[in-house]
Design a binder for this molecule. Structure first.
Ligand code: PMV
Length: 366
């Protein structure tokens, strides 16, 4: 059954309102990958991720309501302090596509500013953090103009709207771990929005996720084309079933704290994602030679030391190195000596599991 939420109708002729909302939203890293979609940005398999801290987007919206209705959203858009027409066009298209969920958008002028904590051309995808920050801002405006909703409903709607902007963004509205997609075991999870997952052993509560930039170049194949190519991938059905099974197992390893079993699944998932790309038609490869070298280094270091240090990959060549806080000293020495030399200009971000989005407009005024 598809989720539905209250759509607040804006009443014409109401007194003019203006306001300001702002959110910081993190990026997230999927451990069980979403790859393949259908309908209106619905996943072909459930995914599980955790939110990061250092890689985030700050978005603010100043809005002013008006008497008359316009067919399209009216907005100005500034990216990292400067007007950006290309981003504005994309954003206008997205906002127009969600007017049915926010009819108020027809009655307001928006001034949107957005900036990322990481450089635009660092090879780190910003769609998850930016779309979730935007969705949270829209839900906050709605709260200001209409009645306020309980936090869980607010987050469900923000997650639903973020999903329409970029699938994986729906997982960025929560801190810690979350699951997006019906994983068959109970009614808790749905394809419509993500839900927090907190049955997690303490060993994972301080996970590091160091991002190693192997290449900052723009990807040769976008995620949306990659998702589309799953439609003709001969292994697609097997993958969707396998992802569900992997997720159920990972949930168990998360709950009981078996970090070696956790890491095995995390690495299998990353390599399965890239294997699916390689056997798509047309085939494509997003890893670079140094991505493979880093994978080899991590595996050898683990064999040498027995330490729980693992890798995962997004749809790109950059590595995420995952390990618990209690081995940080050994892990950092290893990363600095053996992995950072394999990064483009040594670029990396030391990131870690985060507590989720922050409403900046509330932090500033209180
Ligand atoms: O949200 P999209 O459409 O950019 O797809 C994200 C796909 C992966 O990052 C490869 C996996 C995931 O679940 O985040």
């Amino acid at each position: 059954m598809s989720y539905s939420f209250k759509v607040n109708k804006f009443e014409k002729g109401k007194a003019k309102r203006r306001g300001y909302v702002a959110w910081r939203s993190p990026s997230n890293i999927a451990l069980i990958k979403y790859w393949g979609k259908h309908g209106r940005q619905l996943p072909k398999n459930p995914s599980l991720s955790f939110s990061l801290t250092e890689a985030h987007t700050d978005t603010s919206i100043s809005y002013e309501t008006r008497e008359y209705e316009s067919d399209e959203c009216s907005l100005e858009f500034y990216f990292e302090g400067k007007p950006n027409e290309a981003f504005k066009l994309r954003l206008t298209g997205f906002l127009n596509s969600i007017i049915e969920f926010f009819p108020m958008l027809k009655y307001m002028d928006l001034h949107i500013e957005s900036s990322n904590s990481f450089p635009h051309s660092s090879g780190i995808a910003s769609s998850a953090s930016s779309m979730s920050a935007l969705a949270l801002c829209l839900c906050s405006i709605e709260q200001e103009l209409f009645e306020s909703t309980p936090e869980d409903k607010f987050l469900k709607k923000a997650s639903y709207i973020a999903r329409l902007g970029s699938g994986s963004a729906c997982r960025s509205v929560y801190g810690g771990f979350c699951i997006w997609g019906d994983e068959g075991s109970d009614q808790l999870y749905t394809d419509d929005y993500a839900v927090g997952f907190d049955d997690v052993h303490e060993v994972y509560q301080s996970l590091h996720d160091d991002i190693l930039i192997v290449s900052a170049k723009e990807k040769s194949v976008s995620s949306s084309v990659g998702h589309q190519l799953m439609e003709t991938n001969p292994y697609a059905q097997v993958r969707y079933e396998n992802a569900e099974a992997q997720l159920l197992q990972l949930k168990e390893h998360l709950s009981c704290g078996d970090i070696m079993a956790f890491g095995k699944i995390v690495e299998e998932e990353a390599l399965s994602l890239h294997a699916l790309m390689m056997c798509s038609d047309p085939s494509f490869i997003l890893m670079e030679p140094n991505s493979l070298k880093i994978i080899e280094e991590i595996r050898s270091f683990r064999t040498e030391t027995g330490l729980p240090i693992f890798f995962t990959l997004d749809a790109g060549p950059n590595l995420h190195v995952i390990y618990p806080d209690n081995i940080m000293s050994e892990a950092r020495t290893f990363i600095e000596e053996r992995l950072i030399p394999l990064c483009e200009k040594g670029q990396h971000i030391y990131d870690f599991i985060g507590t989720g989005p922050v409403e900046l407009s509330k932090v500033k005024t209180s």
